[in-house]
Design a protein around this ligand. Sequence first.
Ligand code: CO8
Length: 259
Amino acid sequence: MTYEMILVEQRGAVTLITLNRPKALNALNSQVLAELSDAFAAFDADPAQHCAVLTGSGEKAFAAGADIKEMADKPAADFFLEDFFSGWQTGVVATRKPWIAAVAGFALGGGCELAMMADFIIAADTAKFGQPEIKLGVAPGMGGSQRLTRAVGKAKAMEMCLTGRMMGAEEAERSGLVSRIVPAADLLEEALKTAAEIAAMPPMAAMVNKEMVNTAFETGLAQGLLTERRMFQILTATQDKMEGMAAFIEKRPGVWQGR
Ligand code: CO8
């Protein structure tokens, strides 16, 4: 697939995906979704790629939301019949390998929701998160009301959804929405460095750790603890577990097979 709205490059074992519609503040339309879905599927399928970073082009925005111009005249029945926005679940959230959102500037509406689809968010000090859909007469449609509430709790999520107010980087870190804040000039370098660190881990263990933490986010404690134990037990059957423990005992770095 030829990409027009995103850029994809490989930096060693890290795939860097950049939303590339800076004039529209990287607004997310159907073509962006199709291209992102293709890029994430290629990343997941490539045995040499182990972590990805998604970021926005331009300093102003990660993404200013779903493309309002694409939705403005669309009949309601089409939204329903196309199951509009469901492709984000199958095309982006379904990615099995770990990926990081590197957010500078606006992450609004679908942009905030896309960032929250990542395994974690590293924010520039310029980042601003918000769910302003109410001002357009609608509501979040790509997970905002659900993931934001789980991430920052009911009080802040409710206030943000009901007023559309934005949350700056410091409040986002304090509230648990982002893992950490870095100066805007260092954002990409820091995100790529963290991704490279993850990419150097035993790959199956990285995928399982991702699945476990997501299970904590998405299910109850009893189910989560059972899943964790079973996944842990399954990982003990991997060559990388034998290698990892032998390497520790022999005081040398592990060499991973990815199985
Ligand atoms: N969609 C399309 N185009 C956009 C979007 C967007 N979400 N955001 C910005 N743009 C475009 C502008 O139209 C403008 O284009 P042009 O130059 O051709 O007029 C260009 O980007 C630059 O934007 P501004 O001139 O507005 O830049 P400012 O610096 O003045 O303002 C803001 C920046 C505050 C970010 C402002 O652009 C803004 O408020 N954008 C919209 C934010 C928003 O409301 N996002 C939520 C969108 S809805 C959504 O994401 C989920 C909807 C769920 C609906 C479910 C339906 C079933």
